[in-house]
Design a binder for this molecule. Structure first.
Ligand code: GRG
Length: 301
């Protein structure tokens, strides 16, 4: 019987926060690099939703509950969150989205300075792969599989490539397909990697199960982005910061601008149903993944 969803979310968030505190360089040690370490902490241990780490834990449970040591999953969850945090720090820089607020606090380059924010993002990326190299109770094949999955999802074919397409699409009319390709890479790839890495870590997922999880992840990754666009439109931009303002000023296309608000809401429901269907051959171990799909399309922030 899987754990109640709210308890699972709270516990997963606590686990990954503990793992981040344990595995990032201490901001308390004296030295010329202290400012860098402070910026890394500032940008990670600051109350994000921890969706990607939660997906790591839930995907592992969908294949085999209790088969992977908690410590292994914590380090994988931590690695994924380090990549996510690095992407946010760099995305907020003046050269990219030029945002002043993130998670309700001044962005890293505002709280520190631009050079430190660039370095903190770079260091978080390195930290992620260092963490994956410490999973020595897994087979070397599994370790390499995890490294490759995260590298592909975060690099030129994934998140960074998606960001490049996004930057190139400013002031351009994108078709729905082109918008989808951009989001699949920019945000979907890391969400998918989180699901696959949780499953890979069990060392017992079949090719058919991995394919089903891939289909599930594609659907929730897109649903996450459509819901993000919906939230941007219905939120009071004055209180939520300037992401929407920046997108409007840059004339970036969104799901709401292409489908309308009701069309976008219908799209999230359709994607949720696709995600649920992808898991039809999974047992109750996948209930957390099913509930996470509902959480993504129902979330209010
Ligand atoms: C700069 C290399 C590089 C990549 C940037 C992911 C990304 C690519 C930029 C993020 C821009 C953005 C705000 C996109 C909207 C969707 C999104 C990823 C929101 C932030 O993720 P959440 O909602 O954030 O999971 P929290 O704060 O909960 O972790």
């Amino acid at each position: 019987m899987s754990q109640p969803f709210e308890a699972f979310l709270a516990q997963s968030r606590q686990q990954v926060d503990n793992a981040l505190t344990e595995n990032l360089p201490s901001p308390d040690q004296a030295g010329a690099d202290r400012r860098l370490f402070e910026a890394m902490h500032y940008s990670t241990i600051n109350g994000g939703k921890r969706l990607r780490p939660v997906l790591v834990y839930a995907a592992a449970a969908s294949i085999a509950e209790d088969k992977v040591a908690q410590d292994i999953l914590d380090r994988i969850a931590c690695a994924v969150e380090c990549i996510h945090a690095y992407s946010l720090v760099h995305d907020d820089l003046p050269a990219m989205d030029d945002d002043d607020l993130r998670r309700g606090q001044p962005t890293c380059h505002i709280a520190f300075d631009e050079a430190t924010a660039v370095l903190a993002g770079d260091a978080l990326q390195g930290q992620a792969f260092e963490l994956l190299s410490t999973l020595d109770t897994l087979t070397p094949h599994t370790q390499l599989d995890l490294v490759r999955t995260l590298a592909q999802a975060s690099g030129a074919q994934g998140m960074v490539g998606g960001q490049a397409i996004d930057l190139a699409s400013v002031d351009k009319q994108l078709t729905l397909d082109a918008l989808q390709t951009m989001h699949n890479k920019k945000t979907g790839a890391l969400i998918k990697a989180s699901v696959l890495m949780g499953a890979i870590a069990t060392q017992s997922a079949t090719a058919v199960q991995l394919q089903a999880l891939s289909t599930y992840a594609d659907a929730i990754g897109l649903a996450f982005q459509v819901q993000d666009d919906i939230l941007d439109v219905i939120a009071d931009t004055a209180t939520l910061g300037k992401r929407q303002g920046a997108d409007e000023a840059l004339n970036k296309p969104t799901y709401v601008s292409l489908l309308g608000l009701e069309g976008a809401q219908a799209k999230t429901q359709e994607l949720h149903q696709q995600a649920i269907k992808a898991l039809e051959n999974f047992g109750e171990g996948a209930d957390l993944l099913r509930q996470l799909s509902a959480y993504i399309v129902e979330r209010g922030h």
